[in-house]
Design a binder for this molecule. Structure first.
Ligand SMILES: Nc1nc2c(ncn2[C@@H]2O[C@H](COP(=O)(O)OP(=O)(O)O)[C@@H](O)[C@H]2O)c(=O)[nH]1
Ligand SMILES: [Mg+2]
Length: 184
């Protein structure tokens, strides 16, 4: 439909829609996007915003790590309901731009711990980093290397589309929420 080469044509999960992945460079956004979509696209460094069908959007890490790109990030996510924030399991650096939730207070933010398979993974610390920055549980623990948590996150994102208002990320964790509660 679109002549934009950044718009992908495949649509394996048409009900998976309306979310944008943000997180630091190398946090695993593209790998997780492709895993969620079950896409066979090659994993390349994301140089631009990539629009998959149904408002599934992968962003370059520079969008969160460089203030000069914040405007582009804010414009990109304006029309999208859900922000999926990736916190690598081996990192304690938080990289969601601080103003984002103030500019768009109505966005649903889902916290994902990525790369849980890494030998130096510390998922509890990663969850705590998100909690300390006002991202509410449940958090999803994922690895695209082992496949852990990918199907659960996909089901959750799809459930947001099928229920009218969707389930807020700060509400009762579902079965798929591996870590939840208020201890963080
Ligand atoms: N071990 C491991 N490596 C991963 C995982 N997800 C992504 N990677 C690797 O981390 C690097 C960056 O991933 P990418 O998806 O491009 O990150 P992005 O910059 O956030 O889009 C790549 O070399 C991936 O193969 C994961 O779950 N486990
Ligand atoms: Mg990428």
């Amino acid at each position: 439909m679109s002549g934009n080469p950044d718009v992908k044509e495949h649509q394996l999960h048409p009900d998976l829609a309306d979310f944008v992945l943000v997180g630091d460079v190398g946090s695993g956004k593209t790998a997780l996007t492709l895993a969620l979509l079950e896409s066979t696209d090659e994993l390349l460094k994301t140089q631009a915003v990539v629009f998959h069908p149904s408002h599934v959007v992968d962003t370059p890490g520079e969008f969160t790590s460089r203030p000069a790109y914040y405007g582009a990030l804010l414009a990109t996510i304006a029309e999208i309901s859900t922000v999926v924030y990736l916190q690598p399991a081996n990192s304690r650096a938080f990289s969601l731009p601080p103003g984002l939730l103030h500019v768009y207070p109505d966005k649903r933010v889902i916290g994902v711990v990525s790369k849980t398979d890494l030998p130096d993974a510390d998922t509890e610390s990663a969850c705590r980093v998100m909690a300390d920055h006002n991202i509410s549980p449940p958090y999803f623990l994922t690895s695209t290397a082992t496949g852990e948590g990918v199907a659960d996150l996909r089901s959750f994102l799809i459930s947001l589309q099928t229920s009218d208002a969707g389930m807020g990320a700060c509400e009762e964790p579902g079965e798929q929420a591996v870590i939840g509660g208020n201890e963080y």
